[in-house]
Write a protein that binds this ligand. Structure first.
Ligand code: 5GP
Ligand code: MN
Length: 344
């Protein structure tokens, strides 16, 4: 943020009566951690703020301090709409186009409130009064810390905030191993630990919450994995029938896509997950090195994200989606088939 942005944010905070903070649909650790981190900061300042999540999220994210104050737009629809209608300032965190909020999007598009965006994805839309967008940052949680730094308020980071922000940095960096992890990331993490982030406990809360059925679902996913050596690509499919068989719960497939990239030589991994209710195939894409899954998803699967991690969807059947995908791949033979593997 430049000095004009900082001044504008200070003025917006000084003049706002009701503030709303919004993460993207199907929020992940970074989305929940960053919105809660900011919420604690604003609330501790004596401001009136409410987080509205577009929909529900997995149980392993619900332990974070302040979670009980989050409104879910689907479950608390009337209350959430009222809060939105009264908001004079809206923070949108961890996404950069309003379509990422699903059913909330029309309400946000017609809102008279001022917007502040804090986000690290590529190609931000131009809807905010203040756009703090930086694709080089590991996570929105890291950016919320920097945001407080710009406001001269890192000394106001409480243990509660530190736990929330640590969580999002950890999940978005794959526990500090992705290329986006910088020395600055570690400096911030060190400060968060000094301020009370319970790092060991956070790792346990996020990663050690397996159920037998989730492990069986993982077994099924790994069995379904197809390896396309000539494209250095591996993909997994999970049908609705398979999800039902292993009692799928929200969040159970988190991280499955990464297994493909643990294969020596594989630089592009995907998972296709059927969602009968929404009549879509949800797709997660990951890569190692310069192959941009953000561009691939934008071009073929109505999605986007980062160079090495993106999401998207298909409105076709699983069979047709995979068939289409194999067709799209052909055009990338040169990019995927040669070159050296660059490790993260
Ligand atoms: P995931 O595969 O874990 O759902 O998402 C990977 C990354 O891509 C995340 O940063 C997420 O915010 C982004 N992403 C996921 N789905 C979509 C989508 O449908 N559209 C866009 N633009 N980004 C997405
Ligand atoms: Mn993020």
């Amino acid at each position: 943020m430049n000095s004009e942005d900082i001044k504008a944010v200070k003025e917006l905070l000084a003049s706002s009566q009701e503030i709303v903070i919004i993460p993207h649909k199907n929020p992940d650790g970074d989305a929940i951690g960053s919105t809660l981190g900011l919420w604690h900061y604003l609330t501790n300042k004596g401001l009136s703020a409410t987080i509205i999540a577009p929909n529900d999220y997995p149980k392993f994210l619900k332990w974070m301090p302040g979670n009980e104050h989050i409104l879910n737009f689907e479950q608390h629809n009337t209350q959430a709409k009222e809060k939105l209608a009264n908001a004079s300032l809206i923070f949108t965190l961890d996404f950069n186009h309003l379509g990422r909020t699903g059913q909330m999007a029309p309400l946000l598009e017609s809102s008279m409130a001022e917007f502040v965006m804090i986000d690290h994805h590529q190609a931000p839309d131009d809807y905010a009064t203040v756009t703090y967008s930086d694709v080089s940052k590991s996570s929105t949680c890291e950016m919320v810390y920097e945001f407080l730094n710009y406001l001269g308020d890192t000394d106001k980071v409480t243990a509660e905030m530190a736990n929330c922000l640590y969580t999002g940095i950890m999940t978005d960096t794959g526990s500090f191993k992705f290329r986006s992890t910088t020395s600055r990331t570690h400096t911030i993490i060190a400060d968060l630990i000094d301020r009370g982030a319970q790092n060991t406990e956070i790792h346990r809360q996020i990663y050690d919450t397996n159920s037998p059925s989730r492990l069986h679902l993982l077994g099924c996913a790994l069995k379904n994995m197809v390896i396309l050596e000539e494209y250095r690509t591996a993909y997994i499919t999970l049908s609705q029938e398979e999800l039902d068989r292993y009692k799928f719960k929200k969040g159970d497939t988190e991280g499955f896509v990464n297994y493909g990239l643990t294969l020596d030589g594989i630089i592009f991994a995907l998972i296709f997950i059927e969602n009968k209710e929404e009549e879509i195939i949800k797709i997660s894409l990951r890569s190692i090195g310069d192959f941009s899954v953000n561009e691939f998803s934008r071009a073929h699967f109505q999605g986007g994200g980062h160079t090495n991690a993106a999401g998207g969807k298909s409105d076709e059947s699983m069979e047709k989606t995979v068939q289409n995908f194999l067709g799209y791949l052909r055009a990338y033979k040169k990019e995927l088939g040669t070159g050296t593997r660059i490790s993260n």
